[in-house]
Each structure stands twice: as structure tokens, then as C-alpha cells.
Design a protein. Structure first.
Lengths: 225, 305
């Protein structure tokens, strides 16, 4: 199970600065189990955001937001509301946020920090997309994770090594992660996001207890002993 | 004065600055450092020492800079965040100040894959922008990153790199702006060969008024041979060498002389670009050529401040 926790409400609200109409997206998978993105939490978020003066265009909770193909189908009925919204607030793990960002051409914001992948990579299995850093930055990067997309995990922009949009490290198989981020934000008209200086990471957040880093089978294996 | 370093004084007084650079030995010889530095001593305002450049292990920049200080040279310690975490960096900065070092260049560093320890774990606990921010906090507020108080002053002139030639091009100016906000007092750029692209970048820099908020020194690498030109064009990450310069090197009767001539021309072109405050000459493993280049570029003698 991918374990997430809700970001502090103030941080979420700050990420929505300048936006008035928001679409809320929750997940019936691990986020529901983590009590961060199930129906209950989405309803609570709707109330809190409305109290803070935001309009919620609509909301839905889908099965497995980390499954990119499922999201597209699941969001089809909400196309109108999403297009009429300034952004989508995604309440689940980092993989789900990235899958949602790849599925819809609009600004997405993560509502959660991913604490652990629990030994899993979600249902978008093409590659590792979340490093469970515990301090999700996807809000600033158009929904592409700089920790996993950049070989140096730089969070303030690209190093000087990219050429023709490819990473110097493995140009044959890797794009420069920051090139992808730049292009996504350019497409969304949000290059202003890149001006933010991110101070040093809190690596302590990336060290959750062992139990969180394992699948549910881990507990069963422990019980046998 | 933020640091009182020679480089800071030269730049503050409005002189066109010249910095240079040495690569320390893959060994323990202090004499090697002294001999190399001797070539450059009178033709630059400050001397960088690279920090495990291209991820190849060499004598530490800090130690080599301490030797330069003994020779009365203003040293620029380079520090890459690839090899150290925040504890190691802060303690090295305290040590650098204690040894009389007043300039620090904050870099992220080449990926370890390109060096002689490709199986190493990189650190990147902190990136180059955060390092600049950290040094600024240490200097201006007297605080460690943790918020604890530092005993004594941390007079450091903070430098950062900029690469106008890497992708994405439009991001490059934005990133420079971030580095300035983080604390960069001076900037040393990647080597310039493609003057039109550099000029286009400088125009964007001036449009944002960034040239007035920091001192930009343009990077110059003298080419020793046509082979070196081809090699750099092909393999050095983030470097752009126009074909006509490579052709010039290939057709030259005396390649070294041609390389020097090109370097001198580039310096002269840099002086004509508004907002460029100096040059940074990187003749690593060819340090002895620097005095001639600086002289032919009519930048001698260096100002005494």
C-alpha cells in the first residue's frame, strides 16, 4: 500500500492562490485506506475549501488513481466541470498525482505527501515515479516529479548538463527531467512556478518506520516468527 | 565589503576582472600547486581551484586554496554538492575562512558517472542554489542552517556558475535570477564559444536587470588543438562550439597559436557586451598560456586595490 498523509491545510490553500474554482479528485485505493483521499476526506476538503472562499466545481473518487487509463475513463463524465475549473486538487500518493497530471491538460495540485510506497509502485508501472520523499513538490513542477525525473534529484531547476533536451547521464534513454517540467509548465502557462526557491529538503521525512516501507505481506511474515 | 577579497574589491571598483583556474594534482604535491599558480599569479585577480572536476578525484580544493593563500593569492574555493552533505559543507566553509579564503563558488558538480568512481553514491543533500543560500545565511546572519549561532565572522564572496548553453535555454535566465536571489555576488559562466547565443542570453539577462545585481564573468577556454576542440564539442556536457571555430583550429598551421588568438578574440568580444564584468579563463593543464592571453587582450597589468 502507498501510504500518504494530507499536507497541512495552509500549504494546500497557498498552492491554490489566485485560483477560485477547484475540482477535487480522490482515490478509492491506498488513499482511502490512508484516510487522505477517500470520499470522507474529499467531502471534508470540499467543506474546508468552501469555507476558505473557494468554489468546488465538482468532485469524484476513482478506483486507483495510479492507473492512468482508468483515470481517463473515470473522468470522462466530469470533463465539463474540469475544463471549467482553474485546477484539480488530487488527494492521493505521488504516483496518482503524476498519472492525473498526465491524463488531464490542466493544473494539478497534490494534497498529500507520500510517506512510503509500501513496497509497491502503484498501477502505473512504466517506471518509478515517486521516491516517497514525504514532502511532495509536484505542485511546483506541473505534476512531474523532479526527484525521480532528474538524475541528480535537483529541485531548483536543471544542472548545466542537458543537451538537446536529453540528460547527460543517459541521453539515449532519458530526457532531462527539467526539460519535461519546463515544457509542461509552458503548456499550462505557469512558468511563474519555476521562480520559487526551494530550501533544503527535510530528509528525515523520507525515513518512515520500516513497517511503512513494506507491503501488507510483511506483517504476515513477521507474525509467523 | 562583504568579504574584502581581492576579487570583490576589483569588481566593486569597476575594473574588468580576470579570474583564472587551476586543476589540483591527482596526488599530494604542494609544489605542483605552487608551480602552476606561479604561472597565473600576476595575470589574474583571483584563482579558482576546481573541486574533483569531472568527478575525478584530486587534491581537495580547500587544501590547494590554502597553499595559494600562503603565496598571497586570492583564492576561489570551488565546492560541489555532489560529494558533501550540509554538515560537511558548513564545516569546510568555517575551515576555509580560518585559512584566509574569501571566495566560494557554489556548484552542483558533474555526475559521478563521468569520473573515475562511477559506482559512487552522489549526495546532493543540498543543490547549488541552496548552497549559495546557506553561505549567505552564514555570512549575513551568522547562523548555521540549523539556526544555531556561528562564533566569528564568515566573510565570503559568493559565486555561482551559469550555463547559457544548456537546455532548456529560456530557463537559463530564470535560474540565474534564482541564484542571485539565493545570494550569488558573482557568476562565472560556462566557456563561451558561441558568441551570438551568449549575446542573446546576456540580452535576456539585461532585460531582467540581472547584470546590475551580480557581477558576471564570461568563461573562456583556450583550445590547444583541433582534437581538443572536437572532443569538447562532442563530449563535454553543456558546451557548444560552432563548426567554424573547429574548422579554424583544423586548418591552422600552428594550432596552439590559433587557440590563443581565438581566446584573445573571444575576450575582446566579451568586453564589448554590456553587462559582462570580467572573464574567467580556464586553461586547465595549459596554465602557462594564460599570461600571454591576458597580455594580448590588453588586460595587464592587473589593478592593485
Amino acid at each position: 500500500m502507498l501510504v500518504s498523509e494530507l499536507k497541512p491545510f495552509d500549504e494546500i490553500l497557498h498552492s491554490l492562490d489566485g485560483e477560485s474554482t477547484i475540482f477535487l479528485l480522490g482515490c478509492h485505493g491506498c488513499a482511502e485506506a490512508s484516510h487522505t483521499g477517500g470520499e470522507e476526506e474529499v467531502r471534508a476538503m470540499k467543506t474546508s475549501l468552501e469555507e476558505a472562499g473557494k468554489t468546488i466545481s465538482s468532485w469524484t473518487v476513482l478506483d486507483f488513481l495510479c492507473q492512468k487509463a482508468l483515470i481517463k475513463t473515470g473522468l470522462q463524465p466530469f470533463k465539463g466541470q474540469i475544463l471549467a475549473s482553474d485546477s484539480v486538487l488530487v488527494m492521493c500518493c505521488g504516483v496518482g498525482v503524476q498519472a492525473a497530471a498526465a491524463a488531464v491538460d490542466t493544473i494539478i495540485h497534490p494534497a498529500c505527501n507520500t510517506l512510503s510506497m509500501g513496497g509497491a509502485q502503484g498501477e502505473w508501472r512504466g517506471s518509478e515515479r515517486c521516491e516517497e520523499c514525504g514532502d511532495c513538490l509536484l505542485d511546483f513542477t506541473g505534476g512531474i516529479c523532479p526527484i525521480t525525473a532528474c538524475t541528480k534529484s535537483l529541485i531548483n531547476g536543471p544542472c548545466g548538463g542537458a543537451k538537446d533536451g536529453r540528460c547527460e547521464h543517459q541521453p539515449d534513454v532519458r530526457s532531462c527531467g527539467w526539460q519535461l517540467i519546463y515544457e509542461r509548465l509552458q503548456k499550462l502557462g505557469r512558468l511563474d512556478k519555476l521562480a520559487e526557491i526551494h530550501t533544503v529538503r527535510d530528509h528525515a521525512k523520507a525515513e518512515p518506520p520500516k513497517a511503512l516501507r513494506s507491503t501488507t505481506f510483511w506483517a504476515l511474515e513477521q507474525a509467523k516468527e | 565589503m562583504k568579504s574584502g577579497s581581492n576579487l570583490e574589491q576589483v569588481l566593486t571598483e569597476g575594473h574588468f576582472a580576470v579570474t583564472s583556474e587551476i586543476g589540483p594534482p591527482k596526488g599530494t604535491s604542494a609544489d605542483f600547486v605552487r608551480k602552476t599558480a606561479e604561472h597565473l599569479k600576476n595575470c589574474c585577480d583571483a584563482m579558482n581551484v576546481t573541486d574533483n572536476q569531472t568527478a575525478i578525484v584530486r587534491m581537495s580544493s580547500l587544501a590547494a586554496c590554502a597553499i595559494l593563500r600562503q603565496m598571497g593569492i586570492d583564492a576561489v574555493t570551488q565546492m560541489v554538492t555532489r560529494d558533501r552533505n550540509r554538515l560537511a559543507m558548513q564545516s569546510d566553509i568555517l575551515g576555509a575562512v580560518a585559512l584566509g579564503i574569501r571566495n566560494l563558488l557554489c556548484l552542483s558538480g558533474d555526475h559521478q558517472k563521468f569520473g573515475n568512481h562511477p559506482t559512487a553514491k552522489n549526495v546532493y543533500d543540498v543543490d547549488s542554489i541552496q548552497l549559495a543560500q546557506m553561505v549567505k545565511t552564514m555570512r549575513d546572519e551568522g547562523l548555521f542552517m540549523s539556526g544555531d549561532k556561528i562564533s566569528g565572522e564568515v566573510p565570503i564572496f559568493i559565486g555561482c556558475a551559469a550555463n547559457p548553453f544548456a537546455d532548456p535555454f529560456e530557463f537559463r535566465v530564470l535560474r540565474l535570477a534564482k541564484k542571485i536571489r539565493a545570494g550569488a555576488d558573482f557568476i562565472q559562466t560556462q566557456a563561451v564559444f558561441d558568441v551570438p547565443r551568449f549575446s542573446a542570453w546576456m540580452e535576456m539577462v539585461r532585460d531582467e536587470g540581472l547584470h546590475e545585481q551580480t557581477h558576471i564573468l564570461a568563461g573562456i577556454i583556450p583550445m590547444k588543438s583541433a582534437g581538443m576542440a572536437r572532443y569538447m564539442r562532442k563530449y563535454v556536457a553543456g558546451l557548444m562550439i560552432p563548426d567554424d571555430l573547429v574548422t579554424r583550429m583544423e586548418h591552422a598551421q600552428d594550432a596552439k597559436e590559433e587557440g590563443i588568438a581565438i581566446a584573445v578574440e573571444l575576450i575582446e568580444q566579451m568586453r564589448d557586451i554590456p553587462g559582462v564584468r570580467g572573464v574567467h579563463i580556464m586553461a586547465v593543464a595549459w596554465e602557462e598560456v594564460v599570461p600571454e592571453i591576458v597580455e594580448r587582450a590588453r588586460l595587464l597589468p592587473r589593478p592593485i586595490v
